[in-house]
Ligand binder design. Sequence first.
Ligand SMILES: *[C@@H]1O[C@H](CO)[C@@H](O)[C@H](O)[C@H]1NC(C)=O
Ligand SMILES: *[C@@H]1O[C@H](CO)[C@@H](O)[C@H](O)[C@H]1NC(C)=O
Ligand SMILES: *[C@@H]1O[C@H](CO)[C@@H](O)[C@H](O)[C@H]1NC(C)=O
Ligand SMILES: *[C@@H]1O[C@H](CO)[C@@H](O)[C@H](O)[C@H]1NC(C)=O
Ligand SMILES: *[C@@H]1O[C@H](CO)[C@@H](O)[C@H](O)[C@H]1NC(C)=O
Length: 342
Amino acid sequence: MANKIFLLLISLTSNITCIHGSNGYSHWSPDGIKDLWCPKSSNCNAEPSPIHIDHCCACDALPEWEMLNYSPQYLSLEITNVKGSSRLIQNTIPTNNRITFIHTNGILSMFPENVCNFSIVYVDVSWNQLRSVGNITCLTELDTLIMKNNKVTYISNQTFVGLTKLRIVDFSYNLISKMDYNIFGSIHIMTFTFEGNYLAKLDVSNVLIANKTICGGSYANNRNPIEMTNIGQSFLGEVSGLICGDSDFSNVSINEHPIFTISEKIDQRTIRQYAPCGKGRYSGLAYDCDCKVAEFFHLQYYEFSRIYSKEYSESHCRSPSILENIRIEDLYFNQTLRDYMT
Ligand SMILES: *[C@@H]1O[C@H](CO)[C@@H](O)[C@H](O)[C@H]1NC(C)=O
Ligand SMILES: *[C@@H]1O[C@H](CO)[C@@H](O)[C@H](O)[C@H]1NC(C)=O
Ligand SMILES: *[C@@H]1O[C@H](CO)[C@@H](O)[C@H](O)[C@H]1NC(C)=O
Ligand SMILES: *[C@@H]1O[C@H](CO)[C@@H](O)[C@H](O)[C@H]1NC(C)=O
Ligand SMILES: *[C@@H]1O[C@H](CO)[C@@H](O)[C@H](O)[C@H]1NC(C)=O
């Protein structure tokens, strides 16, 4: 009880601080659930339209505890057996709501058994031995989940259920070979990283998320060639809402560009109406140069290079063999090469 009163006082104080501190920030909530603050220094308001502003804030906005520079309230860990079970311990009464659990380079094989007892906002358990995320539905305040370099093999569409405050996840360099369709379900994630995993199939619902402006996601350096799927059969022109988020497919071999997977029912020249913002990073991306690629050559060069990302440049064909390693940009300009497309 004493604890609760104490926390209540803190949150009142923090609200006041916020009003004072709000000069440099404007309140921003992408979903009516997350309370985020978009820094004015990012100049997001100078973006050309509301969706561009949201995209900018999705990358730069901070939760209140980060903006106020509260010092993290660390939970410590007691390992309870050699197989990696553990319990969390709170040594002192927290002085703010930035409850943080960081335990990297360890032998954790699962989340601490009493993890639900704390209102944790930030978790970093990189470089441990976790094989699955387990059921963390109880972490309703969780904002950031960093699980790099563990041994997770599967992300289910139940994994993030209930984590409505979740903004950032990082599962880079795990052993993920399977991912359900639509892993983020109804939550509004901002940034997700699945770099360096082992996916052979990837559903487009986990890349291009309709109707939720996100900062972006990365599948760079995936170790296997990827086949894109569209299990939900969502197509631009048929789903309501726009697509806006960056994607990173650097150094990935993929059968088709994710945007092709969802755009077969529209005239590609109108792509901008459905996907007005968001950039790709595709350096080192290889894919099949079939007739779907050709459709995009009808785009204006500006739109073409946003989708193919000339800035980061250099995606190339992996098939047909006569076009292997030919840069997509060269295809755009060279009719002779284009005639080889299958
Ligand atoms: C802590 O969690 C355990 C189960 O994980 C539960 O049995 C216990 O009641 C909780 N304690 C508090 C103080 O919430
Ligand atoms: C996760 O745990 C909650 C209770 O904390 C339960 O309601 C839910 O069904 C569990 N989810 C899964 C996928 O087991
Ligand atoms: C979750 O994934 C399973 C298996 O891929 C699928 O059958 C189910 O429809 C999905 N549920 C949601 C809510 O997307
Ligand atoms: C897209 O967002 C709008 C406005 O928030 C909402 O009315 C609509 O139902 C959403 N569509 C889908 C498919 O979620
Ligand atoms: C792509 O691979 C090259 C060579 O392995 C590496 O140097 C580069 O950093 C990778 N790009 C990204 C974005 O990870």
